[in-house]
Design a protein around this ligand. Structure first.
Ligand SMILES: C[S@@+](CC[C@H](N)C(=O)[O-])C[C@H]1O[C@@H](n2cnc3c(N)ncnc32)[C@H](O)[C@@H]1O
Length: 305
């Protein structure tokens, strides 16, 4: 059975000018597997920068958080980065992983649980673009929220503030560690977000595969190519699927047409400078305790409420 919300969002997105699809629909099992391969690509600097920075600052964070913490990750994916925190925090009690990509979430958590048998693991399949309530109460130690992967950049400024406010409701009194890419090098951004050995194109075309498979559309995938575009105010990289030639398809009893060169936006990555990010967090009721920034401009912000 197809998801009515998915169909409604896709019909609305293809009916608008310019066309766009919500990026959250990139994430089914195939999308998650592709992203994990992107993280392993030597071109994809955000993962390399964030892993190195996280390893460097984790001991300071561990001292601040203390023993028996509960860690809550938003958009946990392969649950790789969390290993740095689980290895460094003092006797962490619990890891709660939230992700929209349900099968992949379950499989990732099973692998992690095998390696950390003393830490309680809870999988929460949920969409964090809405309010998320945790299925368990507060534990004995402090709560540390974790939002890596520069996923905060997928939100426009006012959406980012709304997300951070919702996360405050989900976490209650807590710390929140958020990864944000501040890179402003346009050539590098176009090359990385448009490349990674064809994996970026595969990830974005996956949204059309999903629409065909789950919603019964007949989109010709090879009529589209992927392109990364840098835009300003606010500074961001957009992912587009561009029609190589005029093409039509059917979805939900309607016909949709693309002219040659017309595109549909499939995701956005805002690059928030540290000061701009702290202002968004402040509006959402968080206090910025400390910002750790590496020499390439990648930041981990530790917030508190
Ligand atoms: C860019 S990946 C980051 C994965 C991992 N945290 C990392 O840093 O490598 C984004 C993750 O967030 C999940 N995600 C995207 N949108 C989401 C949403 N609206 N609600 C819940 N999870 C979402 C995806 O399934 C994916 O696992």
């Amino acid at each position: 059975m197809s998801d009515p919300a998915f169909l409604a969002d896709v019909l609305a997105g293809f009916s608008q000018t310019p066309k766009h699809l919500p990026g959250k629909y990139l994430w089914d099992e195939a999308g998650s597997i592709l992203f994990d391969r992107i993280c392993g690509s030597p071109d994809y600097y955000p993962t390399q920068c964030e892993m190195a920075l996280l390893s460097r600052v984790a001991p300071a964070i561990a001292n601040r958080i203390g023993p028996r913490a509960t860690i809550v990750e938003f958009g946990s994916g392969a649950s790789r980065k969390i290993r740095v925190l689980l290895d460094t925090l003092h006797d962490p009690a619990r890891y709660i992983a939230i992700d929209i990509s349900g099968e992949y979430l379950e499989a990732s958590l099973r692998t992690l649980a095998g390696d950390y048998p003393d830490i309680a693991m809870v999988a929460v399949r949920a969409d964090y673009s809405r309010r998320v309530d945790l299925p368990v109460g507060r534990g004995e130690g402090l709560v540390l929220g974790f939002f890596p992967g520069t996923s905060i950049g997928n939100f426009a400024p006012e959406e980012a503030t709304a997300f951070l406010a919702r996360a405050r409701d989900t976490l209650g009194p807590s710390y929140f560690l958020v990864g944000a890419d501040t890179t402003q090098d346009e050539d590098r951004l176009v090359s990385v977000y448009g490349g990674c050995g064809g994996l970026m194109e595969a990830l974005h075309l996956n949204i059309l595969s999903r629409i065909n498979r789950e919603l019964g559309a007949d989109i010709q995938l090879d009529a589209f190519r992927h392109e990364a575009r840098v835009l300003h105010e606010p500074f961001r990289v957009e992912a587009h699927l561009v029609a190589k030639q005029a093409t039509t398809f059917h979805l939900g009893g309607r016909e949709f047409a693309f002219t040659a060169g017309e595109s549909v936006r499939t995701d956005t990555s805002h690059k928030y400078p540290a000061e701009a990010f702290r202002a968004l967090a402040g509006k959402a009721g968080w206090t910025a305790e400390e910002s750790f920034v590496d020499s390439a401009g990648f930041a981990l912000h530790l917030l508190r409420c």
